[in-house]
Design a protein around this ligand. Structure first.
Ligand SMILES: *Cc1c(COP(=O)(O)O)cnc(C)c1O
Length: 344
């Protein structure tokens, strides 16, 4: 029985073209800045994102942390959503390693930070208060069911940030999903922010890595933080080569992941015992609730596994299914059918 693994788009395998490019990559020591393939990936990324410069980093978590460290000094405060990956899922690195203080405001269901609350979150100058240095946005928003932030919303946040002399960082682990779903140039989403992190290891299907992008000065400083955190890599061109293929060939593919996610969501929405708001499904992430009198979460997952279907448990009664290049069109109907049988 074939495996239908909907746990995460990080499970994607490199494409044959990626494997070939990785094997044949021209490489050097990137800490000496002598790896031409890393340099090329960084150049391509900066150009796609409309920024001056970019830096290849081992993970999205490190990329976000480096950006926070570069924007802020110890004791500074950054504004962040309560459902954001930075706040929930990065081990509190900004606090533990950077001495940064999160100012958490509740995310709306659509992934936004409400502008009225955002306005109130800035600290006035006062001897008792930390200094507000940064706002963090996330697009698409993982724990808001892959919601997309529009250019218009991001521009509003940018204007508020400028008024308060504060920078904006964008966690764009799935930024290309947002651009594709909104049908806007990705630069409409990066223009309003000072720094951005994108991942090549999720829907874009490369094996490892993320990039951060910003001004040349910012990236020079960020490069030093990357070294401090142990993220200076040597012949990293083998990995970067897969990233070049990812950016050149996998962005369009995200559309079919989105279509599959919607058809999965629609399919399970008709099953008694499943609660899902179809309006929230914009990209490749489907959150749904299980409300069944006899079946608990553990049993549900076990029954799925026995049918070779894997889904991620997020909170009690809450599950996440993510489509990606390893989930082929025909697997969607099979996954829906499996869930239907289990809940019968
Ligand atoms: C996956 C993810 C990250 C972290 O990326 P890793 O490469 O897993 O460290 C950051 N932000 C969001 C929104 C993510 O989904």
């Amino acid at each position: 029985m074939e495996l239908i693994d909907l746990r995460s788009d990080t499970l994607t395998q490199p494409t044959p073209a990626m494997r070939q490019a990785m094997a044949n990559a021209e490489v050097g020591d990137d800490v000496f800045r002598e790896d031409p393939t890393v340099a090329k990936l960084e150049q391509i990324t900066a150009s796609i994102l409309g920024k001056e410069s970019a830096l290849f980093v081992p993970s999205g978590t490190m990329g976000n942390l480096i950006c926070l460290l570069t924007h802020c000094q110890r004791g500074d405060e950054y504004i962040v959503g309560d459902r954001s990956h930075i706040f929930l899922n990065e081990v509190g690195g900004a606090s533990a390693l950077g001495g940064l203080h999160p100012h958490v405001i509740p995310n709306e269901k659509d992934g936004t930070l409400p502008l009225s609350q955002l306005e109130k979150a800035f600290r006035p100058e006062d001897i008792h208060f930390p200094s507000t240095r940064l706002i963090c946005l996330e697009n698409t928003h993982n724990f808001c069911s892959g919601a997309t932030l529009t250019p218009s919303y991001m521009n509003k946040v940018s204007q508020i940030a400028q008024k308060h002399n504060t920078a904006v960082h964008l966690d764009g682990a799935r930024l290309f999903s947002a651009a594709v779903a909104l049908d806007v140039p990705v630069t409409d989403l990066t223009g309003p922010v000072d720094s951005v992190m994108i991942s090549i290891s999720k829907g874009l299907s490369a094996p490892v890595g993320s990039l951060i992008s910003s001004t040349g000065d910012f990236i020079n400083q960020a490069r030093k933080y990357r070294k401090m955190l142990g993220g200076g890599m040597r012949q990293a061109g083998h990995m970067a080569a897969s990233g070049i293929v990812a950016l050149e060939s996998m962005i369009e593919h995200l559309k079919s992941d989105h279509a599959n996610a919607y058809s999965f969501a629609k399919g399970i929405s008709l099953i008694p015992g499943i609660k899902i708001d179809l309006n929230t499904i914009k990209t490749n992430i489907v959150f749904f609730e299980l409300n069944h009198p006899k079946l608990d979460d553990k049993n549900f997952l076990a029954k799925l596994e026995s049918r070779n279907i894997k889904i991620l448990s997020i909170d009690p009664g809450v599950f996440r299914a993510v489509t990606h290049s390893g989930v082929k069109d025909h697997m969607i109907a099979k996954a829906v059918e499996g869930i239907k049988e289990i809940l019968k």
